[in-house]
Design a protein around this ligand. Structure first.
Ligand SMILES: Nc1ncnc2c1ncn2[C@@H]1O[C@H](COP(=O)(O)OP(=O)(O)OP(=O)(O)O)[C@@H](O)[C@H]1O
Length: 680
């Protein structure tokens, strides 16, 4: 969340005995303004801040109102920075370190951090502290004097950090205070005209607060497994100084130059940041080690509070004005602090497991299930189409067969009709010839059948036509030579219809030739007449039958046409079914391929996850081992310290006893000497 930097001004008590002659700084609520002695405010020199603390204000109040929130937020996982800025001897160190009676912000913050931690029961904490100074633009470790000129590095995991800086894991406030005291010894102080104990370096006391929710067995990885890591910087800057006032020379002069230069870079950074987003394209954090280390605190992911200390004396008006302007610009800076949570290995593993589960659900549930259902549906469709196709094929085959049968039947019928027709026409012709011989013309007319077709003598089946080619001596008329054989013909004329099909199949038999007079029928013969009558009746029957067959044939043709139409429709349907079957098969293939692809993806994901799980387990083990070693080391160190203490006590008492023995011996020797002298 974006929020402004919290800025306060603190006026230290005057150390000058002289009373103001022209102007004085007046403090009202959160405002500080320069007034003329008689009380008139000087225009343009009135500044408002979050807080303005007067001379009487204690460190306790400053801490409560300005810094406490930042410290508490740091315990909750927000980066925090509190720093003191101001001219030399304005009270920065007094504010940050305090005095015996009124501890400063650093001491209060340390106590507060541990008190707050005690009150949080659902998280466990790990606190590391470090203490460094920037002296003449070089970073030194105040916990380990051997660590000098340390470099600044930046990495994705750690952000900006000082490489090689000693970090102490601490368990309580007292431990930290002791460490701070040991660090103070290494800090660069120097005497100047303005401050008997002037800080010659910027110091940064850093607490890294890591916390983790105590495992409640919840499956929600974000609640208990995320680790919060926040960095709290408590900074006591060296004060800007005018060489003319400090009277610095030599080493002090060199120090002063470095101090002023780095404070100027800090001022530039504050200036740029206060200009707003549009004009602050490049912020010169890299121009000094101080701004580089404080980069996050200035316009970054941190809650920051600045206390600007000023001296009330008239002689320092210009420096105070400068400090107030710096404070005003700093007031405009917006930071964007957020809880720094990182996932532990276990949380990472849990999250990955959840992700895998999710993927699996997605695969097996939504997509896979839908695909499988679709495939099943397609399979069913395909089966249905196959069955339909088979049925249609069978029907079609049946139709073809019956069609063929019908065609054959029709052909046979036609053939029979033709046979009969020619038979009838032959009979007609012979009877009309006979009647012309013996009966009047009108009698012959009785045999006429109006619809009867005249057929040529040779119109009968081809093989029968051979009979017509028999030698002329055949006694039978030409027409009879077409008859299959005499028996059949005879039977037919006797009044019963022989199997018509046999007419065609009866083998030909050579007709015996008789003299014409022997075989020529006698028209006057009654039997013959009777026969003729029978034949006429038969003929009528045949004609009827022929008509009936004709009608049937026409019906058959109609049915055939209809069936042909149906068949072509069925064929079209079949083609359509085949097409949709083909496209279904294609879709099915595609779906199966997609399904396979998803399966492969899932397998490779599972593979990756199992590998990363292994890595995580390995890393967790390593981390646990390192922590164990570290704890052992800390314990060993404690034991050693205790031993050294014991040894020191023993050594001191040993020294004392040696001194007393020595004294005893000395007095004895002197006594002996005296005795010796007396003797001689
Ligand atoms: N609010 C205060 N109340 C009482 N004494 C103060 C206060 N502020 C500063 N002093 C005293 O003023 C003197 C200078 O203060 P201090 O050393 O803290 O200044 P400084 O800003 O840190 O100076 P430098 O930049 O030179 O280190 C000290 O003796 C300190 O005790």
């Amino acid at each position: 969340m974006a929020e402004k930097i919290c800025v306060a001004v603190r006026v230290r008590p005057s150390i000058s005995e002289e009373s103001p002659s022209g102007t004085f700084w007046k403090i009202e609520d959160n405002r500080i303004s320069l007034h003329k002695l008689h009380g008139t405010p000087i225009s343009g020199l009135s500044y408002a801040f979050d807080h303005v603390f007067d001379e009487s204000c204690s460190n306790s109040k400053v801490y409560e109102l300005l810094t406490k929130d930042v410290i508490h937020a740091a315990v909750d996982g927000f980066n925090g920075t509190a720093f003191a800025y101001g001219q030399t001897s304005s009270g920065k160190t007094f504010t940050m370190n305090g005095s015996l009676n009124d501890p400063g912000i650093i001491h209060r913050a340390v106590n507060d951090v541990f008190q707050k931690i005690q009150m949080i029961s659902d998280r466990e904490f790990l606190i590391r502290v470090s203490y460094m100074e920037i002296y003449n633009e070089e970073i030194n470790d105040l916990f380990a004097v051997e660590n000098q000129k340390l470099p600044i590095h930046e990495s994705l995991e750690r952000g900006i950090f000082v490489a090689g800086l000693r970090e102490e894991i601490v368990n309580n406030a007292e431990q930290v205070i002791k460490l701070l005291e040991s660090g103070e010894v290494n800090r660069h102080f120097g005497e100047t005209n303005m401050n008997a104990r002037s800080s010659r370096s910027h110091t940064i006391f850093r607490m890294v607060i890591e916390s983790k929710g105590i495992d409640t067995g919840s499956s929600d990885y974000s609640s208990s497994d995320a680790i919060r890591v926040s960095v709290l910087n408590l900074v006591d800057l060296a004060g800007s100084e005018r060489i003319a006032k400090t009277g610095a020379g030599g080493v002090r002069l060199k120090e002063g130059k470095y101090i002023n230069k780095s404070l100027m870079v800090l001022g530039n950074v504050i200036n740029k940041l206060s200009n707003g987003a549009k004009q602050r394209a490049h912020i010169p954090y890299r121009d000094s080690k101080l701004t580089r280390i404080l980069q996050t605190a200035l316009g970054g992911n941190a809650k920051t509070s600045i206390i600007c200390t000023v001296a009330p004396e008239e002689v320092h008006i210009e420096e105070t004005k400068g400090t107030l302007q710096f404070a005003s610009r700093a007031k405009r800076i917006t930071n964007c602090a957020q809880v720094n949570e990182i996932l532990t290995d276990a949380a990472l593993l849990k999250r990955q497991q959840l992700e895998i589960e999710d993927l699996r659900r997605k695969l097996q549930g939504s997509r896979s299930e839908v695909l499988e259902q679709e495939i099943l549906k397609l399979r069913n469709d395909m089966l249905k189409y196959e069955l339909e196709r088979e049925k249609l094929e069978m029907e079609l085959e049946e139709e073809r067969r019956s069609h063929k049968e019908r065609e054959q039947h029709i052909r046979d019928q036609q053939l029979k009709i033709k046979n009969l027709s020619s038979l009838v026409s032959d009979g007609n012709r012979s009877s009309s010839q006979d009647s012309m011989k013996e009966s009047p013309k009108d009698e012959c007319n009785d045999f006429k059948t109006p619809c009867f077709k005249e057929t040529s003598n040779n119109a009968f089946v081809a093989k029968r036509s051979n009979y017509s080619e028999l030698p002329d001596f055949s006694p039978l008329p030409d027409s009879f030579s077409n008859v299959a054989d005499e028996d059949t013909w005879f039977k037919m004329n006797k009044g019963y219809i022989a199997d018509l099909d046999s007419l065609q199949t009866t083998p030909a038999r050579k007709v015996q030739s008789f003299p014409p007079q022997d075989i020529t029928p006698d028209c006057s013969n009654d039997n013959y007449k009777l026969e003729l009558q029978n034949l006429k009746t038969q003929l009528e029957l045949v004609i009827k039958e022929k008509d009936e067959l004709q009608r049937k044939h026409e019906e058959e043709v109609q049915i055939n046409r209809r069936l042909m139409g149906e068949i072509s429709e069925l064929k079209q349907e079949l083609d359509l079914s085949n097409n949709s079957l083909e496209s279904s098969a294609q879709r099915y293939g595609n779906l199966e391929r997609e399904f396979q692809k998803l399966k492969d993806e899932r397998d490779s994901l599972l593979q990756t996850v199992s590998e990363s799980s292994k890595n995580i387990t390995f890393l967790t083990d390593q981390k646990e081992n390192i922590l164990k070693d570290l704890n052992c080391e800390v314990q060993r160190r404690k034991d050693l310290e205790a031993e050294i203490k014991q040894f020191s006590v023993a050594f001191a008492s040993r020294q004392r006893s040696l001194a007393s023995i020595h004294g005893e011996f000395k007095s004895k020797i002197e006594k002996l000497r005296a005795e010796k002298l007396v003797r001689y």
